[in-house]
Each structure stands twice: as structure tokens, then as C-alpha cells.
Design a protein around this ligand. Structure first.
Ligand SMILES: Nc1ncnc2c1ncn2[C@@H]1O[C@H](COP(=O)(O)OP(=O)(O)OP(=O)(O)O)[C@@H](O)[C@H]1O
Length: 298
């Protein structure tokens, strides 16, 4: 008997996900004998439901929510030995991971394109005790992404982030950090650090290197200068995929790294859009740790 769990955040995005649940369940019925329906009501519900699905050996979990709910589900399954396959459906305002796997950001269309035929085992990152599917980052410029409100995101999509990066630049400040990876280490003043399972945010590729969701590597980008003009330049080069051409951006790949704060200030880490951990941190990649359903035509 094939069971799946449907985890829905009814309040994510425009709060209208409920309208599409019947259509989704009809589709799931073609593939699964039993569908267990769960609605999140508060923080961590997504993680706890996902853990239960692992313990009870569900075949699959389908998540309808934004990046926060998806991240909770990833955290629920990643620490377990048995991990159900995961299907992501975009219930939030801007589902960055959905974009990454080439899926639609429109819930109705994504349900139509949901396919049970093709799955992919993707890498998951682990930072201290928390897991991430996409990125860990810090630096004042990150405020540009977290301060973008839902309405603005809905209206402007990726452009809202770019606009806010430029708005946040004058507030930017640097942090003295030490990064160690493999047998290398360096200290620098960093204004922005991204550690990612790939090399892009949405459609914005930071570098031209080939990076894949399953290649078993972390992609690290560190913006290292204090001058405002060079930061505008560096931000522009990051957003337009030219990090290799900018001397103020260090970029490399690795399997494991540690980042220490050399100053006495609290630096919180944004993980997949949620503030979950802080420096110092140990980050590693768990290769092909979770199997996800790929949307049709991919
Ligand atoms: N019923 C609920 N009401 C309010 N908050 C919830 C509920 N269920 C879950 N949450 C919390 O809301 C957080 C954000 O949810 P989610 O990312 O799904 O939506 P969103 O913020 O609208 O989407 P996006 O990140 O795309 O803007 C979750 O991490 C969870 O902690």
C-alpha cells in the first residue's frame, strides 16, 4: 500500500492554497492508495509532520507552501535514516527552490505539471544542526532579501530583490571572518557571504561554472571590500554571473567549511530565507541526500 502525506501551509502566499487542494488530491489519488492530509498552523509543524512521515515509512511527502515550509520539511526528513520522496508545490509568494528545479511558480500550473515519473536525488546542506536545500548567507545586503515584503515580491518577483540590494548598499557593513576549507584558510572583511548547493539565486547565476543540484559540492561566494562603489560593482557582478571577473569576490567550491566571526558581534545566518543559526558555523554538503519529484518537461 502506497501512502503519501500532503503538508499544506494554508496561510502561505496569498492564503488561497485551499482552493487548489481538491485538484491536487485527485491527481495524487492516481498514484497513491492513501493520502494523509496535514495543515500547518504554526512554526515547526511542517518539520514535525515530515518526521512522522519518515517514522511511518510514507512513500512520499507533498509540500504546498513557501520556502519556509519547504525548509521545515527538509529539516524534518534530513536527520532521519528513512526519507520519503518529496514533491514541492508552490504555495508561497516566491518559491525559490521551485524556480531552481525549473517548475512553475503558479500553484495551479504546478499541479498540472506534477509528474510521478521523474525524480532526482539532490544535495542537502547542513549548517551546525540545521539543514538547508539552497543557501546559507549573511551580511547586511541580505536584508535586501528578507526585508522584501510579500506584496512587493508578488508584484515584482526577482526584481524586488535586485531593487532592495541596491537600496541596502549604503547601510552595508563588513564583518571580520576566518574561513577554513580543505587545507586552505583565509581571513577577510566580508560584506556578504553565500554558501549554496548551486551557484545561483532564482535566475541570477553568480558564476558561469557548471553547478548541479546533485554534484556533491558547496558553492561559496564571499564579497570582500569596504568601498561603496566597489560593492555596487561586486553586487552587480554577482547578480550578472561575473564573479570570476571581480577581484573583490572570492568564489570556490568545497565539501565542508567553517566560518568564524573574528569580532564580538552576533551574526545571524539566513538559511533558505529563515534566520536559523549564527556564526561560528560548520557547513557540509550531504550528497544526493533527498529524492525530489521533478516537474514535467525537465
Ligand atoms: N497556518 C500558519 N499560520 C501562520 N504561520 C504558519 C502557518 N503554518 C506555518 N507557518 C509558519 O510560516 C512560515 C512561512 O511559511 P511559508 O514560507 O510557507 O509561507 P510564505 O512566507 O507566505 O512564503 P514565501 O516564503 O514564499 O513568502 C513557516 O516557516 C512556518 O513557520
Amino acid at each position: 500500500m502506497k501512502k503519501c502525506m500532503l503538508i499544506e501551509n494554508p496561510n502561505s502566499g496569498d492564503g488561497k492554497n485551499d482552493e487548489f487542494m481538491e485538484k491536487l488530491k485527485e491527481k495524487l489519488q492516481d498514484e497513491f492508495d492513501e493520502i494523509i492530509d496535514k495543515k500547518t498552523q504554526k512554526e515547526n509543524d511542517g518539520e514535525n509532520f515530515a518526521k512522522t512521515a519518515c517514522e511511518e515509512k510514507f512513500d512520499s511527502i507533498f509540500v504546498v507552501g513557501g520556502d519556509g515550509t519547504f525548509n521545515e520539511v527538509i529539516n524534518g526528513v534530513s536527520k532521519m535514516d528513512y526519507r520519503p520522496k518529496i514533491g514541492l508545490l508552490p504555495g508561497g509568494t516566491n518559491n525559490t527552490y521551485m524556480q531552481l528545479i525549473g517548475g512553475s511558480n503558479d500553484l495551479c500550473e504546478a499541479i498540472e505539471k506534477l509528474s510521478f515519473e521523474k525524480t532526482k536525488k539532490v544535495d542537502i546542506g547542513k549548517c551546525n544542526d540545521t539543514y538547508f536545500s539552497y543557501y546559507v548567507c549573511f551580511g547586511k545586503l541580505i536584508e535586501a532579501t528578507t526585508s522584501t515584503d510579500s506584496k512587493e515580491k508578488e508584484k515584482l518577483g526577482g526584481f524586488a530583490y535586485v531593487k532592495n540590494v541596491l537600496k541596502t548598499l549604503p547601510k552595508d557593513e563588513t564583518v571580520d571572518i576566518k574561513i577554513e576549507y580543505e587545507d586552505k584558510s583565509f581571513e577577510c572583511k566580508a560584506s556578504l557571504v553565500y554558501v549554496m548547493t548551486v551557484n545561483k539565486i532564482g535566475n541570477l547565476e553568480f558564476s558561469k561554472d557548471k553547478a548541479d543540484l546533485s554534484d556533491g559540492y558547496l558553492n561559496v561566494f564571499v564579497m570582500t571590500d569596504e568601498g561603496i562603489m566597489s560593492k555596487v560593482d561586486a553586487a552587480k557582478d554577482m547578480l550578472f554571473g561575473k564573479v570570476d571577473e571581480n577581484e573583490n569576490i572570492k568564489s570556490f567550491t568545497c565539501k565542508k567549511l567553517s566560518i568564524k566571526n573574528l569580532e564580538d558581534k552576533k551574526i545571524e545566518l539566513d538559511m533558505d530565507g529563515e534566520l536559523n543559526e549564527q556564526l561560528p558555523c560548520q557547513i557540509e554538503i550531504l550528497e544526493k541526500h533527498v529524492e525530489i519529484y521533478m516537474p514535467k518537461n525537465n
